[in-house]
Design a protein around this ligand. Structure first.
Ligand code: ARG
Length: 461
């Protein structure tokens, strides 16, 4: 039992089955750098409170630095006998500076307050990475929108042709959704920016350590106001997993469209060779694997969130070992997004849009019918009647296999005396798009405003 964190009370060491179950070094080792940062801050707090002399502090910090270098170089890895990263690094410190000094560091802290703090440090760093990656994706969508300011595509509801819209308007719609995900990440930091360190196992410490200086050392805003809450809550982790899942879902909605647009039937886009894959048997294939993986991984991100929520449900206060299950799902969400986002951004940035094909299909499916109805409203026909008249026009055109602008003057007049030949002025996709010029509409000058508004929004975050 020598070397264990809690050996003395036990007559025997842990059974091998327990050790195997209990072990977390294969995933919490990536917190080693944060664990050492916490130990440095804690050592300074111990020294400030008179539990370490300045010589002891210097030797302890030097020992922690030496361990940090060994972790970084790969010389120090978790041993088979280590349960978690905290125990492993304490053992390493004792090996480095001796048991007399190394054994002093554990005073006034517990792995419970350590781990609750370290996971926040880890997630704060990765929130910054993912935030930057999101900005790149938003920029790629904006750049594609900017490069296609006048292109018109069929806008859809229920996946059916609805009304023509600018391709730029559609792409920016995705960018706005992602800007809210970025907003969520930035806002999440407010709640994450708290240090549970000093809370001990659950009730705080008797040693009078300065938790505020530990928080400051770790770059966290303030110590937790309540040691039970600090050590036992994981809503901050779950919220991060939610934001990650939401990002995944927003990516999957773009992905689904790219997959459809890339089909022969749509023919709206061509994927860059560098961002698409081939088939081992069908030589002609060029597949949208990045988009499909994004769609697939969104399921995984949702799973990580729901798994974590299920772990937290009905857990009594304070710390329970169940909480060790918080890390693998949220680490997986981080790793998934950090690999997915750059590939996804590359796919978007290199998409070729076939704007002629989009424009040719934009008026199909009588997508200008609403324009006819609103043209009638502007001539003071009640909308109810305008809807009826336009419906009759669509039925006539469909029965005669005509587009709306091919219906002749006599037929128009027969459907309704309100339908004068002038109505053809709104039967172009350019006219339709340009006339939707209220705030948020798809008219080119309205869409032009969105670029600046979106850039401002993202810059302020
Ligand atoms: N490895 C644990 C976790 O990740 C921290 C250790 C707490 N263990 C304990 N027996 N209190 O949550």
């Amino acid at each position: 039992n020598e070397g264990s964190l809690w050996g003395a009370r036990f007559a025997s060491g842990p059974a091998p089955e327990l050790a195997r179950l209990s072990k977390s070094t294969h995933f919490d080792w990536q917190l080693a750098g944060y664990d050492l940062a916490g130990s440095r801050a804690h050592a300074r707090a111990l020294a400030a409170a008179g539990y370490l002399t300045s010589d002891e502090l210097a030797a302890m910090l030097a020992g922690l630095d030496a361990i940090g270098a060994k972790v970084e170089s790969g010389e120090l890895v978790a041993a088979e006998s280590d349960e978690d990263v905290h125990g492993a690094l304490e053992a390493a410190l004792i090996a480095e500076v001796g048991a007399d000094l190394g054994g002093k560091l554990r005073a006034g802290r517990s792995r419970n307050d350590q781990i609750a703090t370290l996971v926040r440090l880890y997630l704060k760093d990765h929130a910054a990475v993912i935030g930057h990656q999101l900005v790149h994706l938003i920029d790629a969508l904006s750049a594609q929108a900017d490069a296609h300011r006048t292109a018109i595509m069929p806008g859809r509801t229920h996946l059916q042709h609805a009304q023509p819209v600018l391709l730029a308007h559609h792409l920016l719609a995705h960018a706005w959704a992602l800007s809210r995900d970025l907003d969520r990440l930035v806002d999440w930091v407010k709640r994450a920016d708290v240090s549970p360190y000093g809370g001990g196992a659950l009730a705080g410490s008797t040693l009078g350590l300065d938790a505020a200086s530990v928080a400051r050392d770790l770059g966290l805003g303030a110590p937790a106001e309540n040691s039970i809450d600090g050590t036992a809550s994981r809503d901050v982790v779950a919220e991060f997993a939610f934001v990650a899942a939401m990002i995944g879902i927003d990516l999957s909605r773009i992905a689904e469209e790219v997959i459809l647009w890339n089909t022969r039937e749509f023919g709206f886009v061509t994927l860059d060779d560098g961002y698409s894959t081939g088939s081992s048997i069908m030589p002609q294939k060029k597949n949208p694997d990045i988009a499909e993986l994004a769609r697939g991984k969104s399921g995984r991100l949702i799973g990580n969130l729901t798994g974590l929520l299920a772990t937290l449900k009905a857990l009594p206060l304070a710390y329970n070992r169940d909480l060790q299950e918080d890390k693998e799902p949220v680490f997986d969400s981080v790793e998934t997004l950090e690999v997915l986002l750059p590939a996804f951004t590359g796919m978007i940035a290199t998409l070729t849009f076939h704007t002629e094909r989009m424009a040719a299909l934009a008026p199909a499916g009588f997508s200008l019918a609403t324009d006819v109805a609103e043209w009638l409203v502007k001539r003071h026909v009640p909308f109810r009647d305008a809807h009826e008249i336009t419906g009759a026009l669509v039925r006539y055109a469909e029965e005669h296999s005509l587009e709306l602008d091919e219906v002749d003057d006599d037929a128009l007049a027969a459907i309704s005396p309100h339908l004068t030949p002038d109505v053809r002025s709104v039967l172009s996709i350019e006219g339709s798009v340009a006339s939707r010029n209220g705030i948020g509409g798809t008219a080119p000058d309205r869409v032009a405003h969105q670029f600046a508004a979106l850039a401002d929004r993202v810059r302020l975050l």
